[in-house]
Design a protein around this ligand. Structure first.
Ligand code: NAP
Length: 305
């Protein structure tokens, strides 16, 4: 495998997960400003493909806005492709990649790491056994703590608070079998930025179950990543720890580490079986919020106080 975009998630999770996966080996990295020790390093994907013609797969960990060109180049060179989440900056570009992968007989994997945590399967079983009455997503974190200096995240195609929020939507769309419809949204964009710092979404299932989502990046103090599934008087509270590393016992793997290991097992299986896995439901909801929602310009916001 060759990996492109040696940033935070590549170092924290991809490199260790690849090292842990049977059937996977990282032989090259392409990054403009970073290098990995003990692995062939290239300034970009083109140089990596030329220097390592034998790699079977390319892992794309750059920001979503620049992934399409790289994915095309990798598929055209005959490589299987693993896309970090969100899989692209638009629905149409990911559709085009699906089509290209199919024509080239290659695997395209749009990864959604949050779907691989154990409570997702539990929530799915809980919801399947009940008649749901309401779902409320609260995803509130401090952008200064989790995304310091990531300028791309505030640019067009960078997703803003949808970057973490789409994780909640990936869980929601995995837990429910029902179609989910976007009804309305409010997007709060700081003056001078292109992407939202907070978003409120109103959705509903085909059965009419109301779903609300509140994403906010201005949360200091306790960080909240939770989804409340209600069925009459009963409540299933899904909560996920982005800072779970702090709560993980010494020697145990954090939830995020378990998710990435599971994704690499899935990717190897997909490649071996000649299949692809691209579910665009979470990206569709984000796109619909941008299409249907009202934009409000809020006060300027700087990453560093
Ligand atoms: P990051 O730390 O900013 O790393 C992205 C890397 O991509 C950069 O270090 C940069 O390396 C490369 N890159 C290539 N073109 C770029 C461009 N035009 N602008 C900026 N960087 C560019 O970001 P990250 O946190 O790893 O996130 C990358 C992706 O992983 C995002 O889609 C994110 O949603 C996803 N993700 C992140 C986390 C997390 O905890 N951080 C968790 C799960 C998923 P060079 O400058 O060396 O080329």
């Amino acid at each position: 495998m060759g990996l492109v975009g040696l940033g935070k998630i590549a170092r924290d999770e991809h490199l260790p997960a690849i090292a842990h996966t049977q059937g996977a080996e990282l032989v090259a990295v392409a990054s403009r400003n970073a290098a990995a020790e003990g692995i062939a390093c290239y300034p970009d994907l083109t140089a990596m493909l030329a220097g390592q013609p034998d790699i079977d797969a390319v892992i794309l960990c750059q920001p979503p806005a620049v992934r399409y060109e790289a994915a095309c180049a990798a598929l055209l060179a005959g490589k299987h492709v693993f896309l970090e989440k969100p899989p692209g900056a638009t629905l149409s570009e990911v559709d085009a990649l699906v089509d290209l992968a199919r024509r080239k007989n290659l695997t395209l994997y749009a990864s959604w790491h949050s779907r691989y945590s154990a409570p997702v399967a539990q929530a799915r079983a809980w919801c399947a056994a009940r008649r749901l009455t309401r779902i409320a997503i609260t995803w509130k974190e401090d952008v200064r703590r989790w995304h310091p200096g990531q300028d791309w995240i505030w640019e067009a195609g960078g997703f803003g608070v949808f970057d973490p929020g789409i994780n909640a939507l990936s869980i929601l769309t995995e837990v429910l079998d029902d179609q989910i419809r976007l009804i309305d949204a409010a997007l709060h964009i700081p003056a001078g930025r292109a992407a939202p710092i907070a978003v409120d979404m109103e959705m509903a299932t085909a059965q009419g179950v109301p779903i609300s989502a509140a994403f906010d990046w201005r949360q200091t103090g306790p960080q909240i990543w939770q989804i409340a599934f209600e069925a009459g008087d009963e409540l299933y509270l899904f909560s996920q720890g982005g800072d779970d590393a702090a709560h993980t016992a010494v020697g145990a793997e954090s939830t995020l580490t378990q998710e990435y290991r599971a994704m690499y097992r899935r990717f190897v299986d997909l490649v071996r079986s000649g299949a692809s896995d691209v579910d665009l439901a979470p990206l569709q909801l984000v796109a619909d919020a941008c299409l249907r929602g009202t934009t409000y310009i809020t006060e300027r916001f700087e990453d560093m106080e």
